[in-house]
Design a binder for this molecule. Structure first.
Ligand SMILES: NC(=O)c1ccc[n+]([C@@H]2O[C@H](COP(=O)([O-])OP(=O)(O)OC[C@H]3O[C@@H](n4cnc5c(N)ncnc54)[C@H](O)[C@@H]3O)[C@@H](O)[C@H]2O)c1
Length: 251
């Protein structure tokens, strides 16, 4: 059963849009104090403002997950104001250019995808881990992808970085397994968000055709599962990649 003690603070990166935005709103409805973060300053402020307008607690902060130095003072201020940060949900991610075979991939675009999807995930984890270790409690959840488990044709950089993220989470889960900190990933198939809407239709059709349930996932289905994973109730699972793929991955 999902339940949050009070106070319970969750930082949601990627809160301006899609899965991060929907989950930030659900968490706030469940009584969580939400720290909304995104490189899109206006978008993250809009999410926090909507939460506050609905009676919830939220603040908004601009961060770029790839820039450790610029993030540091933001995290410092967040941790100082809250006292304890209980969970980190990292939804920052990009697909990069898709519908391309590997020989057509621009290495510069590959590096950009790597820096956000994988290096960024390490940097934001490093920003909160010393604090969580000091409190002997934490929930870290990174959003990976079915592409990282299976490899989506036409998505070399995305598939590679999400596979790397799954591997990183396996390792980090073991690093902190004897503390109160869990580190997990979630691997969705296709959920209609601005990220998916920006992809070539042929690429989206390729991905949705592979889902046995023959439909896309709903934002509420992602948010419900995420809210449980970042809650105290999800206490005996770490280093794991949760599935959200309508039956595409059964492992
Ligand atoms: N939507 C899907 O079908 C799907 C499927 C599998 C995995 N995912 C993953 O879920 C996560 C969320 O995706 P979404 O569909 O909600 O996408 P989205 O584009 O709607 O939201 C992603 C958010 O991340 C932010 N962001 C991007 N780069 C950033 C950076 N450097 N620093 C800080 N913020 C940054 C964007 O501004 C945006 O608000 C991503 O990691 C994505 O790869 C999504």
């Amino acid at each position: 059963m999902t339940g949050f003690p009070s106070p319970y603070t969750v930082a949601v990166i990627g809160a301006a849009s899609g899965i991060g935005k929907a989950t930030a709103q659900l968490l706030a409805q469940q009584g969580v104090d939400v720290v909304c973060m995104d490189r899109d300053a206006a978008g993250t402020e809009a999410t926090a403002a909507a939460i506050r307008a609905a009676g919830g607690e939220a603040s908004a902060h601009q961060i770029d997950v790839t820039d450790a130095a610029a993030q540091a003072p933001v995290w410092q201020a967040v941790l100082a104001s809250r006292g304890q940060l209980h969970a980190l949900l990292n939804c920052a991610g990009i697909t990069g250019k898709t519908n391309l075979k590997a020989h057509q991939v621009d290495p510069a675009n590959f590096v950009e995808v790597f820096q956000i999807n994988l290096l960024g995930a390490l940097l934001v984890s490093q920003a909160v881990l010393p604090h969580m270790l000091a409190h002997n409690y934490g929930r870290i959840l990174h959003i990976a992808s079915i592409a990282g488990k299976e490899g989506n044709a036409g998505m070399t950089a995305y598939s590679a970085t999400k596979a790397g993220l799954i591997g990183m989470v396996k390792s980090m889960g073991k690093d902190y397994a004897e503390t109160g900190i869990t580190v997990n990933a979630l691997a969705p198939a296709v959920i209609r968000t601005p990220m998916v809407d920006a992809m070539p239709e042929a690429q989206v059709t390729y991905m949705t055709d592979k889902i046995p349930m023959k439909r896309c996932g709903e934002l509420s289905e992602a948010a419900d599962l995420i809210s449980w994973i970042v809650s105290p109730s999800c206490s005996f699972t770490t280093g794991f990649t949760f599935d959200l793929s309508g039956g595409r991955a059964t492992y």
